[in-house]
Write a protein that binds this ligand. Structure first.
Ligand SMILES: [Ca+2]
Ligand SMILES: [Ca+2]
Length: 177
């Protein structure tokens, strides 16, 4: 069983171009993560979805290998991993935004709320400083893309229908067109 778990882990690597010729010269294994579906840089490290967990990985001694590994949140849906928590984007309001698709059921508990069970496809947000968590906007069935523009408006896409969904500013209500 342990061999199967190791095989399922993926190496997250730092790729370096030492001589600045546009071609990578080295690849350093930063960490091994089981079933990663999304990541975002934060607080000198990286937040990585390793469903059903959200991990915080950080290198503190300068060798480019993570020596901090904290399970910062749990309860993310893992039933259908190709659209589990994905496309992490750190928003201008300090929340980590991500989308999650159909057939997954998350059940996140935070210091601010009891279990928030949800089977809704769409966008969710989590503040890694305060541990606030909430459902943000529906976007079914297989959402994968989030982006913020210069003014703080954000946009989301759905892979199945190909719909691009303009959203209002972060932490405001949204309307699907
Ligand atoms: Ca090079
Ligand atoms: Ca290290």
């Amino acid at each position: 069983m342990r061999d199967l778990l190791v095989d399922a882990e993926v190496s997250a690597r730092i790729v370096t171009d030492d001589d600045r010729d546009g071609v990578a010269d080295r690849a350093i294994t930063f960490a091994y993560v089981q079933n990663p579906t999304g990541f975002e840089f934060w607080n000198g490290g990286v937040l990585v979805a390793s469903v059903p967990d959200l991990l915080f990985l950080k290198d503190t001694d300068g060798d480019d290998v993570a020596d901090v590994r904290i399970r910062i949140m749990g309860g993310l849906g893992s039933a259908d991993t190709h659209h589990s928590a994905n496309n992490f984007v750190y928003g201008p309001d300090g929340f980590l935004y991500y989308q999650r698709g159909i057939f997954n059921v998350s059940n996140v508990e935070s210091p601010w709320a009891t279990n928030q069970e949800s089977g809704v496809s769409g966008m969710y947000r989590f503040n890694p400083r305060t541990f606030e968590f909430s459902f943000h906007a529906p976007n079914p069935p297989n959402p994968h893309g989030i982006s913020f523009d210069y003014w703080g408006y954000h946009y989301a896409t759905d892979a199945t229908g190909g719909a691009a969904v303009p959203r209002s500013r972060a932490s405001q209500s949204s309307t699907r067109l």
